[in-house]
Design a protein around this ligand. Sequence first.
Ligand code: HEM
Ligand code: FES
Length: 767
Amino acid sequence: MTTTSQPPQSHAAAAGCPFSAQAEAFDPFTGAYQVDPAEALRWSRDQEPVFYAPKLGYWVVTRYDDIKAVFRDNILYSPRNVLEKITPSTPEAMEILQGYGFALNRTLVNEDEPAHMERRRALLDHFLPQNLEPNQEMVRRLTREKMDAFIDKGRADLVAEMLYEVPLNVALHFLGVPEDEIETLKSFSVAHAVNTWGKPTPEQQIDVAHGVGRFWQYAGEVIEKMRAQKDGTGWMHHTIRMNAEIPEVVTDSYVHSMMMAIIVAAHETTSLASANMVKTLLEHPQAWEDICADPSLIPNAVEECLRYAGSIVAWRRETTAPAHLGGVDLPEGAKLLIVQASGNRDERQFEAGDAFDIYRADAQEHLTFGYGSHQCMGKNIGRMEMRIFLEELTRRLPHLRLSEQDFTYLPNTSFRGPDALWVEWDPAQNPERRIPQLRDQHLHFPVGAPSRKEITRRVVISAVRHEAEKVLGLTIHGADGRSLPAWSAGAHVELCIGGFDRKYSICGHSADGGYRLAVLHEDAGRGGSAHIHAVARAGLPLRLRGPSNLFRLDEHASSYVLIAGGIGITPILAMADTLKAQGRPYALHYAGRSRETMAFLDRLQADHGTALTLYSSADNRRADLARIVADLAEGGQIYACGPDRLISALEDLTAGHPEGTLHFEHFSTGIAGLNAAEETPFEVELCDSGLTLQVGAGETLLDRLHAAGIDVANDCREGLCGSCEVGVIEGEIDHRDRVLTRAERAENTRMMSCCSRAKDGARLKLA
Ligand code: HEM
Ligand code: FES
């Protein structure tokens, strides 16, 4: 049992970082954090992304990138404090716990390396997608039974009548634990959550200690029962057998601690997430209606619910050495509260992060399942349950609505979901009264992360203009008068039309929020732009993916130099508009073949005249990039979009500049697809799972990872977007992407799995 870290008055002073008033006041057990953790920490995301909270004794981390960095490095940021009591026990409570022999120790989630990985590898098999698939039927059956019981009532508390019990039953079944004591387990789970993540008063600590102590004893009894069932099935039976086979890896202490921790990990997480999901969707009726009309939206809607209103809102780590995070120096032994709910709304990562959008293409990049080597092993079970709940509810009760109610939550730092969720509907309108077979018709979603490719929104072209020679300007609006999500400079969307998916930067918006795009007819292209030029007309319906932003303006630059080549002007124009509106210093250089081919000249001259320099090859005016770079002010940054030779020249010229000076976006890729005859196969070892995979000459690492059931996000599949990045620990990488800078490539620690390979058939070890 451990206590919270000591107040770091001296660290704060040494780091020159006195507490702000908000940091001083931060209390996660009451007030704003309990109402909405992401909103309560907006000030921190904007001003003080890592701060010390004296009331808690923890450093609080609130931005997406910083949280991910902490999750990624589990050596510097040890998980050893994950199951510590966040509010230390009183001596009386300690005594009670000791009376029960309570000795919760390391499981997986709070275990350090190398013990953690060895254990995780030994216990991973049950969680592989192919082994989870058979559970779908059980989840469906349990869900139906619960729904049958209330479908004719017209009103129900979904938590009490379905969302609590089904995940508990599923968890017990998956674990192989007897399913006979649901009510007891419920009270135990609450005691464990309050004990670990809550702030019980000294009086409450007594009850909580008894609850936790009894849970501990119960877990021990269950293990003994299960040991007697030699041929029992389920993950905990497997664990018990592994305990006999490799006791030095799957230790006795682990088995007892895990038995207690996993019941909560496997079911509270999913129950709360499911209640948050239904609540959020019913609060956004358009999203609910869209899902009722098109259930194929469900897998992504689940990810968006996990992002927007996840059930694990904050997790913990502890530094094992002095660290530097979010501009703050952390001492060794600093305890961190990393608030995923805040990172999940961070606008530096998610376009319009505050908006709930089931069409969001990068929703699955949320941090609710954690990230890195400890990432939730059961995520695909949680996803499976949530998808089935949503599919059954939207199909059988599309007319469901939220009842008037005040929501209450168990006060604690980490587990979040309403205690009750009252919903109502008119049973006379139940569709299966008219169509009885509807009860049994359902979609099947394969286990695993959803594919981004399936996520598109309906839009319509509202205007078409000639912008320049071969450049067509389009204005896009949402179909049926729906508004489109907010976006920031540097964002792009993908137009899906006529079998082509093509990415275009948003270069501005119409007065009523329509996106403005510009499409260059690429003579040597693969037909997508030619098709758009051929068919585009006002009123044409099409599908759109995004917006996403991989080319953001860094708010900390002292000044900005924007450089556009040809159609690369599109994101650059939006950047210039933003910088002008913010009153920041910027210069804009725009080069093209001839003035006739250069889009937006009139608008640029009118809006950015004093900052603008134009270069047209036809007039023999070329940008002197060396001079532009040489003149860059200290702390200035360059943002460039254009042909490869422009970007390469700038990479050469900025080679000696500080990291982060040059930001660029290619608008085309040089990757022409794999030629098996010219490629060499290579081998990869996966640290996470202990698997070794052979990547054939004709396939990508990404293909191979997917085939092995490992979900790696991906979007462009041509080395442009950065979403398929994997970490590399050993082996030389043959980088082929357009995402990493030269310095990042030289580090040899990460690669884009959709295109990059091992050098000369070498072997790679992935993090
Ligand atoms: C770990 C969340 C469902 C088993 C975790 C972690 C989080 C989490 C935040 C820590 C990740 C990290 O440190 O990077 C969730 C959520 C769920 C869910 C939000 C549901 C929506 C489940 C289920 C199971 C499960 C259903 C099992 C049946 C585990 C295990 C770990 C874990 C074994 C430890 C992994 C390790 O440390 O290597 N989960 N979880 N989880 N979860 Fe889940
Ligand atoms: Fe876009 Fe790999 S999927 S870089």
